[in-house]
Write a protein that binds this ligand. Structure first.
Ligand code: FAD
Length: 417
């Protein structure tokens, strides 16, 4: 066996991000074990909207957000929810979030996000092809829709930001939008179409297909809960799980929102909050849809999927494991029915909640631990973890092998906060 093939790596977390890290480490000759108490992709990576969000460089904290917060928070159907029991815990996060809405920060955060977005397909497409999962992909584009001129005008800065970062957008009127999506509501008066956009028709199956590839290449999925670490003179030398102690050479922390307490145990504090999203899946819907829709006013995305149509949105701040409040799945359902009136009579739904791992500046941490040379961090991908999984995996493998990262990782350091 060559020196290269003997290297081993352990990845904590088998979501989209962890599985992609594991595959890229295998590409570099590592023997990889993934530790996860759940099956691949079963947590946040399962219920997302499946979009490879290449047009999503604008961060969540945009100029003027502070004025919108009261409305967003207190209207019954508003997209932002805060569980009051969680308010004190989340307050420092919100203070940082508001600070990020300064225009200079917005521009820098968008540029950093775009530096990853530019490499999304080059990183993920080869893995999808090798996993034989191309049939789970749909490249029919995306439309951002507007139901009032006022909303369209209010979004000028966000769309200008996209254009300045290289996103190609075609402006359509309502009728042109309905030529693309004939079942779209008559209320849509404007749309921006992104032709170069793809989504998966089933994010859970996509991660499962990638995980199958990982196993077929000789990877190991160890089902256990990571509870801590043993630190030796050279860095972390073992992972402590609920069932055993596992020696490690290179450790990648990719446990989504649950990375925060684990990173803390490793001496790194990050402001990572659970920004909980909800979806309703219209099971077996016969309403035809071509591509994905993002309604700018309604703050929801609607995507055609293998087993019907999925709508998702909301940002509920509560602990990651607090019980779900499925009233919010009904709010997004009503939005989908307003956008696609044909969905109004649909009766079969499933509902879901998942915690997006979100930092106030809408950028993940992709970095070497400042304290332990053999520990790499890959978490905090907020609304874009499906999109960023592949490129994060590639960057983590470049860090592991001491190669110069193909994206400047300065904006993604854990000590930036
Ligand atoms: C409604 C909604 C819509 C979305 N739409 C999109 C979209 O269209 N496009 C997009 O790119 N992104 C989207 N996202 C965001 C995306 O789903 C997340 O960013 C992504 O799933 C995060 O992936 P992850 O691998 O970091 O985390 P997860 O998928 O949550 O995986 C983390 C894994 O770590 C494991 N774990 C945690 N703690 C431990 C422990 N102590 N020991 C062992 N294992 C542990 C968990 O079991 C889990 O399997 C959406 C999110 C929501 C909520």
């Amino acid at each position: 066996m060559s020196e290269r093939a003997k290297k081993s790596a352990t990845v904590v977390g088998a979501g989209m991000v962890g599985v992609c890290c594991a595959l890229y480490l295998q590409n570099e000759g590592y023997e990889v074990t993934v530790i996860d108490l759940n099956g691949p992709g079963e947590k946040t990576s399962s219920g997302n909207l499946g979009g490879f969000g290449v047009a999503s460089c604008p961060p969540a904290a945009m100029p003027g957000i502070i004025k919108q917060v009261p409305d967003m928070l207190f209207k019954e159907t508003a997209p932002l929810k805060l569980r009051w029991r969680h308010a004190v815990t989340a307050l420092p996060w919100f203070i940082r979030f508001i600070a990020q809405s300064r225009r200079s920060n917005v521009e820098a955060n968008a540029r950093a996000r775009q530096s990853l977005l530019d490499k999304v397909h080059a990183a993920i497409d080869p893995l999808i092809a090798e996993a034989g999962a191309q049939d789970l992909m749909n490249s029919a584009g995306l439309m951002f829709t507007f139901e009032t001129e006022a909303a369209f005008q209010k979004s000028t800065y966000a769309f200008d930001l996209r254009k300045r970062n290289g996103v190609e957008l075609d402006l359509l009127n309502g009728n042109e939008a309905r030529q693309v999506e004939p079942n779209l509501s008559e209320n849509v008066v404007r749309a921006y179409r992104v032709a170069n956009f793809s989504n998966t028709a089933d994010p859970l199956r996509l991660v499962q297909a990638l995980a199958q590839l990982f196993l077929a290449r000789g990877g190991i999925h160890h089902r256990a809960e990571v509870r801590g670490f043993r630190v030796g003179s050279e860095g972390v030398d073992a992972v402590l799980t609920d069932t055993s102690e596992m020696p490690v050479e290179v450790l990648v922390l990719a446990a989504g929102v649950w990375s925060r307490p684990l990173a803390k145990q490793l001496g790194t504090s990050v402001p990572l909050e659970a920004e909980r999203g909800y979806h309703t899946h219209f099971l077996g819907s016969q309403v035809a849809m071509t591509g994905a829709i993002m309604s700018v006013e309604r703050h929801v995305a609607v995507t055609p999927m293998l087993e019907g149509i999925r709508v998702g949105g909301m940002a509920e701040f509560a602990g990651p494991d607090a019980p779900a409040d499925m009233r919010y799945a009904k709010i997004v359902r009503a939005h989908a029915q307003a956008l696609f009136p044909g969905l109004s009579s649909h009766k079969e739904f499933s509902e879901w909640m998942g915690p997006r791992p979100s930092h106030p500046d809408a950028k993940p941490v992709i970095a070497r631990s400042p304290l332990h040379r053999n520990v790499l961090f890959a978490f905090g991908h907020d609304h874009l973890g499906l999109t960023f999984g592949g490129i994060t995996g590639k960057l983590i493998s470049e860090l592991a092998t001491d190669n110069t990262p193909s994206v400047d990782l300065e904006p993604f350091r854990p000590d930036r906060f």
